[in-house]
Design a protein around this ligand. Structure first.
Ligand SMILES: Nc1ncnc2c1ncn2[C@@H]1O[C@H](COP(=O)(O)OP(=O)(O)O)[C@@H](O)[C@H]1O
Ligand SMILES: [Mg+2]
Length: 203
């Protein structure tokens, strides 16, 4: 039985190489947009539905399987339902670490340790975490850390050193003389150059 399938009927419009939402169920509110999907809040529920763009639908099944493996761990939202192009999970209130950087919210060393512990536990379950970056980590108002966007945790995934590189940058961030707030455009440019020349040189 499917409680949420009706909400997955979202129309996307392709603009250049990105997608925009053209139409959606009236009980949904667009919350975030990534490179493979749009995430909507469900009215009167602390849940979100992640609906994948045309051509990316198969990721829904892969990501749902990863949520299932990680079920019960406190670092990941709980997944309630999935379908051919969508997954439904807990809404995690808070700011991504990317937003923390653009808004000048202090990123505490303890948050980094929590991410490391979450990754360690995922590895113990046989997963290979990758694509761990600032937009996929949420800090809640009471200081909890959650990891989202887990499709690239699957087994046999090519090893990705993005999180280790981010931790190197974090060592700089902690110096007293380093700024604690950064312009979003600048961060996006750095991320683009990083992806192009460091992390994924053959794409
Ligand atoms: N469970 C969630 N709770 C709150 N916000 C979320 C949740 N899942 C995703 N988001 C928001 O939506 C954005 C896009 O989702 P994400 O899963 O990263 O998509 P993609 O796979 O396309 O990168 C995230 O950066 C985040 O801001
Ligand atoms: Mg993402």
């Amino acid at each position: 039985m499917s409680d949420y399938e009706q909400y997955a009927d979202v129309t996307f419009e392709q603009v250049g190489d990105s997608f925009q939402v053209a139409a959606m169920h009236p009980d949904l509110r667009l919350h975030g947009i990534g490179r493979s999907a749009a995430v909507f809040r469900l009215k009167e529920k602390d849940r979100v539905i992640k609906v994948f763009f045309p051509g990316y639908e198969q990721i829904a099944i892969e990501e749902a399987a990863i949520y299932k493996k990680l079920r019960g761990l406190p670092y990941f939202p709980k997944c309630y339902e999935s379908g051919a192009s969508y997954i439904v999970m807990d809404y995690i209130e808070g700011k991504t670490l990317f937003e923390c950087l653009t808004e000048g919210v202090w990123i505490d060393p303890s948050y980094i340790e929590v991410v490391d512990e979450a990754l360690r536990q995922a590895r113990l379950l046989g997963l290979t975490p990758s694509d761990v970056h600032l937009r996929n980590i949420i800090l809640t108002p009471n200081g909890q850390i959650f990891l989202i966007d887990l499709a690239r945790f699957r087994q046999g995934q090519q090893i990705d050193h993005q999180w280790e590189d981010l931790k190197r940058m974090y060592r700089l961030y902690r110096y007293r003389f380093m700024p604690k707030q950064y312009d979003e455009t600048l961060l996006n440019r750095i991320a683009y150059l990083y992806r192009k020349f460091v992390n994924d040189p053959d794409s």
